[in-house]
Design a binder for this molecule. Structure first.
Ligand SMILES: Nc1ncnc2c1ncn2[C@@H]1O[C@H](COP(=O)(O)OP(=O)(O)OP(=O)(O)O)[C@@H](O)[C@H]1O
Length: 272
């Protein structure tokens, strides 16, 4: 599904977020990504959903090289990838039905999108998605009246309606009560299993990663620290992953001479 070879992402010519990363994700896999703050997890997800281009290296999605994707072809690829974020990205004042159906916007013509805002079309689709995430009764509620966990379920229902091949869940439970977090992780795994989706989840909780995923990748300083079947992950791996990762002095990032020279070696191909 994904093949990454020597991927680098450097921001502003100096902040190396991802460095020389090689990675293979097979179709239908469920993979958890863990690592300290600033390790490059979100940047990696933004590369994987084609929001930002790599500075250098090769990124293949289902055999398609990102260097050859632009315009309509890029939009088509993006539609095949659904991302769910910590902050839900829902419109709070809209009824739940509209937020769920926004998952269809990539496939609707503009006139249908506008019409649906006045009188929702494909309501059955939204209702079915809400039933699958366990909040069927919320269809016509105003989204802002729902709890954080319920809003995350609305975001998952929107994903179901979008029906992507890959789900990238970027810290989907960070703003949810810890007691509800496991339920949401489980739900995403169950839906991925039922609908044969590839699932990548970026998690702050090591416990959730180890409890629910067969493969865990530890990312540190933009590099893969380990990439293992869950049963092979030891305390030593985890200690090494989180040890001494803070590289900030009075809010200033340490930028050594070696890092500067590495940043230069990642030849920018595109801006961003
Ligand atoms: N748009 C950007 N412009 C400049 N620097 C950026 C940008 N996005 C990320 N970075 C930097 O890239 C590095 C990796 O950030 P990223 O958000 O990917 O880490 P993360 O592992 O997701 O962290 P967290 O767990 O705290 O969300 C950090 O040093 C960050 O400041």
């Amino acid at each position: 599904m994904y093949l990454l070879d020597g991927i680098c992402k450097v921001f502003n010519g100096r902040t190396i977020a991802v460095r020389e990363l090689d990675l293979k994700i097979r179709r239908g896999e469920w993979v958890a990504l863990i690592g300290p703050s600033g390790a490059g997890k979100t940047t990696l997800f933004r590369l994987l959903n084609f929001t930002i281009p790599p500075t250098s290296g090769t990124l293949l999605f289902d055999g398609l090289d990102n260097r050859h994707l632009s315009g309509r072809r890029l939009r088509e690829v993006r539609r095949r990838i659904g991302t769910i974020y910590q902050q839900h990205n829902l419109v709070p004042r809209l009824q739940v039905v509209h937020n769920v159906l926004s998952g269809r916007l990539g496939t609707w013509p503009v006139w249908q999108a506008v019409r649906s805002l006045i009188r929702p079309v494909e309501v059955d689709l939204a209702a079915d998605a809400l039933r699958q995430v366990g909040i069927a009764d919320k269809l016509y509620e105003r989204t802002e009246t729902l709890s954080g966990g319920q809003q995350q379920r609305v975001a998952i229902a929107r994903l179901l309606v979008q029906d992507p091949e890959v789900i990238l869940a970027d810290e989907p439970v960070s703003s949810v009560d810890p007691a509800l977090a496991a339920g949401i992780v489980k739900l995403l795994i169950e839906l991925s299993q039922t609908y044969h989706k590839t699932l990548l989840m970026n998690l702050h909780s090591v416990d959730l990663a180890l409890a629910y995923f067969p493969r865990v990748i530890g990312l540190k300083d933009g590099m893969i620290s380990f990439d293992l079947p869950t049963a092979a992950v030891t305390d030593e791996h985890l200690t090494a992953l989180y040890a001494g990762s803070q590289t900030e002095v009075a809010g200033e990032e340490i930028f050594s001479r070696a890092e500067r020279s590495f940043a230069r070696s990642c030849q920018p191909r595109l801006t961003n």
